[in-house]
Design a binder for this molecule. Sequence first.
Ligand SMILES: [Fe+2]
Ligand SMILES: [Fe+2]
Length: 193
Amino acid sequence: MVEPETLSHPELSPPSPAWRPGDPRPDVASMLRVDQAGEYGATRIYAGQLAVLGDGQPASRLIARMASQEQRHLRSFDALLAERGVRPTLLQPLWSVAGHMLGAATALLSPQAAMACTAAVEDEIDKHYGEQLAALGAEEPALAATIGEFQADEREHRDRALEAGAEESFGYPLLYSAIRAGCRVAIELSKRI
Ligand SMILES: [Fe+2]
Ligand SMILES: [Fe+2]
């Protein structure tokens, strides 16, 4: 029988996991994992929209351009995961299906609903990248520069989607809030799993 006093003896306690400046940050792996998941999800949403709209709609050109930027973002995070030995989220197969379904469903509603989807997703991602930049502060300057650049692209996607009539979609406030809420859930899950 071990006395409780023995367990609490400082010499027998596990080493402190305290993080010190200069150590690799323990939260960066989680940041890279969720960012790679988000960019992957974005490529799946746009693939779903293009599968429904084809390339003949006025919205298709804009969606194809945004999709190619998401591919570039995804390639960067794929490379960062490989470089740092971070595994991707185990939920990738789920985001593949959920992203494609969200893209296809919104495009089936209307091209404006497809734009509403982009406005909602990009507002959530803009906030998410902003929080990561605040958490990084002056550390990891190269990663922060990448995130800052992608955040600017995401804001531009949101602005183009609003110009293309996102807010004219049927039931916009509800659609917008539901998609943002879904993104928040996906972000929290991808940080952890
Ligand atoms: Fe992106
Ligand atoms: Fe985007």
